[in-house]
Design a protein. Structure first.
Length: 483
């Protein structure tokens, strides 16, 4: 943003922050009707920013990170395009009827409606649990909840690549900030890609179709009232459906708002608003703090492993300790892994019975990482979950919580039957902000995911288009190339 715009926004947000704590208390005391106005103006302030942000406002790092996010998500979606859950969705849409408007990735030019295509593309982008993840106070797969909506709307409207880039950045601002404000949201059992993902998708969609401040406020409200997704569904087909439905809700919310459909103007901060009913604790000032000065997308992380992101530190540790020990699993007597306590809370499936459930099993991840020295798509299949050698080593793994560890930190200790001990400490998991994947590594991951679906030469052409996304006049050209 230029200096004058920054100064005006900074002054407004500073005044807003000063009012948040006292006004919330006063509103609680004064209101007999729980949904009465608080006067905080937080939702409106966020909507004002989202509707006004331009490509030129982005930092070079933010714009580049958006390209990386598109590259990574497209690869994950193409890799997941043949998964049985996607075929089930498409067969269901056939039965229900769907107007062919928006392209389904990896399916030979298949098209669905503006609402149905985002569901299918979101499902395939998240089903392998290989998609990017933000760990900035929330665990959110922002891209897979948002890009299916932007691709559908962008193809329909012939949006430019720059519009997609700035819209994705806007989505990260909304989704991550609202998550930071709803500080105990995850502890309530919500799957954040279904809840915060809906907020992100609506923000990105609203920006892409150029809604004004009032309409964007409505879009956020329409989205929040649809937001859902339960952690109980980890390991089932529903977890990736959450991503698709977030994109669906983003499209629906933005389109309804564009026609004048309204919502509460205080859907985020209201006494019965998102942060209050989805979280036992709130920090609503986080929604507007630093808007326009920092970009949440620059804190995005990319997965080298196809499973829950909190397992990645222990996978790094087990691969490393396997190389150091250099012994078959049959020679292992005991494995001890130290992790942040949330890892056990999120991935406590000791005996997974499928590939999808194995993606949330610390025991399985540790065992397969030791045996295969890898944790890609093939390590989290039904077949690998049922492998007798993997199952035998799984039983020897003890995963212990250590409150002093960060979420991206882990340690592994392997004791062999000969009495030797091998230990590894991981300070920052591969793919996190503190230990990021390079552009070249991300490129290799993309080609490995995309080439089996669309062919190596075609995948390289798609990759080139994404790196030149800021010069693309019609994002539909990219979308239609991903088939």
């Amino acid at each position: 943003m230029d200096l004058s715009r920054r100064e005006v926004l900074g002054t407004s947000l500073a005044l807003l922050a000063g009012r948040v704590a006292t006004t919330a208390v006063n509103a609680q005391e004064a209101n007999t009707y729980g949904a009465a106005a608080t006067g905080l103006g937080i939702t409106s302030a966020l909507a004002r920013f989202l509707s006004g942000v331009r490509y030129e406002d982005l930092s070079p790092a933010a714009a580049h990170e958006a390209k990386r996010a598109v590259l990574d998500w497209v690869g994950c979606a193409l890799a997941g395009s043949t998964h049985p859950t996607v075929s089930t969705l498409l067969a269901t849409f056939d039965a229900l009827g769907s107007v062919p408007v928006a392209t389904v990735l990896g399916r030979g030019g298949r098209k669905l409606s503006l609402l149905d295509a985002p569901v299918a593309n979101g499902q395939m982008g998240h089903v392998l649990d290989f998609d990017d993840t933000h760990l900035g106070g929330v665990i959110l797969h922002t891209s897979t909840a948002t890009l299916p909506a932007l691709f559908a709307l962008g193809e329909w409207r012939k949006s430019s690549g720059r519009d997609v880039i700035v819209s994705l950045a806007a989505a990260f601002e909304a989704g991550i900030r609202v998550g930071q404000a709803a500080t105990s949201h995850h502890l309530g059992g919500w799957h954040l890609t279904g809840t915060l993902g809906t907020v992100a998708a609506a923000a990105g969609s609203a920006r892409l179709i150029r809604l004004d401040e009032k309409q964007t406020t409505f879009a956020l409200g329409i989205a929040c009232t649809q937001a859902a997704g339960m952690q109980q569904n980890r390991g089932s087909d529903c977890k990736s459906l959450h991503a698709g439905k977030s994109a669906y809700h983003g499209v629906l919310a933005s389109m309804l708002a564009s026609k004048g459909f309204d919502s509460s103007p205080e859907i985020l901060e209201g006494n019965l608003g998102f942060t209050r009913i989805y979280s036992a604790t709130q920090q609503n000032g986080a929604i507007t703090a630093g808007l326009g000065r920092t970009w949440m997308i620059t804190g995005n992380g990319y997965k080298p492993y196809a499973c829950g992101v909190v397992l990645h530190p222990l996978i790094d540790a087990m691969i490393d300790v396997s190389r150091r020990a250099n012994l078959p699993a049959a020679n292992v007597e005991r494995v001890e892994v130290l992790v942040h306590p949330d890892v056990i809370r999120i991935t406590g499936i000791d005996t997974p019975n499928s590939g999808l459930t194995s993606k949330f099993s610390a025991n399985h991840a540790a065992a397969v990482a030791y045996i295969d020295r890898a944790a890609g798509v093939l390590q989290f299949t039904n077949e690998r979950s049922a492998d007798v050698d993997v199952q035998a080593l799984r039983k020897l793994v003890q995963v212990k919580p250590d409150p002093s560890y960060r979420l991206d930190q882990a340690a592994a200790r392997v004791r062999t039957k000969s009495g030797a001990t091998h230990e590894v400490q991981i300070a920052h998991a591969t793919g996190t902000v503190a230990n990021p994947l390079s552009d070249q590594t991300l490129r290799q991951k993309f080609l490995g995911n995309a080439a089996p679906a669309i062919g190596a030469d075609h995948a390289r052409r798609v990759e080139e288009m994404i790196w030149r996304l800021d010069a693309l006049g019609d994002v539909g050209d990219l979308v239609r190339a991903c088939v």
